[in-house]
Design a protein around this ligand. Sequence first.
Ligand code: AMP
Ligand code: MG
Length: 423
Amino acid sequence: MISVEQAQEKILAAVSPLEAEDRPLLDCLGQVLAEDIYSPLDIPPLANAAMDGYAVRAADIRGASREVPQRLDVIGCLAAGRVYDGTVGAGQALRIMTGAPLPGGADSVVPFEETSEAKGKAVTSEVFIYTGLAPRDNVRLAGEDVRRGALIFARGRLISPAEVGVMASLGYRSVRVVRRPVVAILATGDELAELGENLLPGQIYNSNSYSVAALARWSGAVPRILGIARDTRDSLVSRLREGLEADLLITTGGVSAGDFDIVKDILVQEGDITFCTVRMKPGKPIAFGRIKGKDSRGVARTIPHLGLPGNPVSSMVTFELLVRPAIWKMLGRGALTRRIVPAILEDDVENKDGRRVFARAVVTPRDGRYYARLTGPQGSGILTSMSDANALAIIAEDSPGARRGDTVPVLRLDWKEELTLAV
Ligand code: AMP
Ligand code: MG
């Protein structure tokens, strides 16, 4: 049985970053740049007012104060979006709004608060200035944020909301990014009913396709749900074919030691198998290999296939540890791991069979430390233990378990604190 790291390595070795494509700017959120982004312009394009007030010559108001105000002639008013075509001469001031280009002759902006206008006086042809200024005070210089021609983001950069904003400020409507992987998801099991159907005796709803599709989408992939294959060779093989156009095929169930667990056999017959068990709990039975065949257009394809365990918690935990890093690699992301932090256990966790345990936990900070409390019973069928958790507490495979008060590494899931993606 191989370790979690060995399994991760084998899976990562089988996938590569996907090709680049142009996408509308907003669709690229969470994707990786496949081009260098240079600025076609200065930002701001012109020197402009950083505050609402009066554009003046600093030399005219040297030494001004509330006791000894400096009187200036008001020559007009300028809103953002317009350019003043005159010049501010000696002894003159131009009323100016934030963002409006600084007029010729002026070198600084006195905020309204430092002028007679602040006292609620009507705007008149004169203004009294209550402060001295240095040139450039309350002025944003042309190109102070971004210089024309400068490299703004290098390829490989992950696009967060701030990158979207910066690229919008440069005028980019679309950018070149590494394509999102398409992940085909097939549930297996004679006991499964599709959402919307009435449950017959002995049936359960197919929840795995949805939790796995949600994880795939959360990880930046495009999930494609293929439905349910029954536990027969024909059913499984014909549904698998529908997944051959994807970049990755995931099945759930049918990989353990039961009479109807045929996914491993199919992998052997329809492709090749790299491993079928990993030393982890939940999730020992996991098959990884490649499926070969012709897609719907008759094109020969070979794609990586992960056969995740059927138990609902196991499929989610194995996804997080083995599938998400592969998706991130295909997306061209650099760091493939999530944050692991030390936390003090508030419950005992036992490890009876020498596997690495990932216990569902709620981690909370207290007095500068993290504390991890288990989310109740840890059976791999108890999916609510997953929905309550924000972390997985990790117990090493060679440890008999950990006690309340021990410090253990916890892998933070933070789904609830992360960005919510609308579709
Ligand atoms: P298996 O690995 O196919 O033996 O499945 C292990 C357990 O997971 C069984 O109790 C199944 O009923 C359950 N299971 C398998 N597939 C699903 C699914 N798609 N949704 C919910 N539970 C499932
Ligand atoms: Mg099954």
